[in-house]
Ligand binder design. Structure first.
Ligand code: SF4
Ligand code: SF4
Length: 183
């Protein structure tokens, strides 16, 4: 059981995440529709409606250390169902950014590594290159041969390019890189 004590609550945290996510967090009435409609709620340690309540209580540590912030796939199903038009997805993004900023050890290290690698590949090329992303992911998660046979199969069918393509417009690439660095 999670016992809430004054030491565990951070009142300013609600305001901060409200600003970062652009969502009206106090408007949540705990109807639970976000959780009911979330396709992956079964994998979360904190359900979407509980995330909202935890924010209202200022349970910063619980949220920043949660698996939820790394597992939410931003599908927006919660936003579609919410009668208060709250996007839990934007909240998850804001919490994840905050966790990274505060140097909190990710509850899902492989997902955190994937985020970093994904951003790195896009920053470098301006577009995704699956081979580079998979190679980086395998190296940094110490699983060098993960999905290797799948990759070979896709390559033989002409579905994967070995060398990355780069967008030509240097100004646009700089713009993308700048925006991604903020995330
Ligand atoms: S955006 Fe995240 S919390 Fe919302 S329904 Fe999708 S996975 Fe669940
Ligand atoms: S659907 Fe909206 S109002 Fe209902 S619990 Fe989820 S965030 Fe709160």
């Amino acid at each position: 059981m999670n016992i809430i004590t004054p030491e565990k609550t951070d009142k300013q945290f609600l305001e901060k995440i409200e600003k970062e996510s652009g969502q009206n967090l106090t408007a949540c009435n705990q109807c639970g529709k976000c959780t009911a409609g979330c396709p992956i709620a079964g994998f979360f340690d904190i359900m979407p409606h509980e995330v909202m309540r935890s924010l209202q209580w200022g349970l910063k540590d619980d949220l920043l250390n949660s698996h939820f912030i790394w597992l939410c796939v931003n599908c927006m199903a919660c936003r579609e169902r919410c009668p208060r038009e709250i996007s839990v997805s934007e909240v998850a993004d804001a919490l994840r950014r905050e966790a990274v900023k505060e140097g909190v050890k990710p509850a899902e290290p492989d997902v955190a590594t994937f985020h970093k690698n994904f951003m790195g590949v896009i920053t470098m090329n301006g577009r995704l290159h699956e081979v580079m992303l998979t190679a980086l992911q395998n190296v940094f998660t110490f699983k060098p041969f993960k999905d290797a046979m799948l990759g070979v199969g896709l390559f033989l069918k002409g579905r994967l390019k070995l060398l990355p393509g780069r967008i030509k417009d240097a100004g646009f690439l700089k713009l993308i890189s700048g925006r991604l660095k903020k995330n």
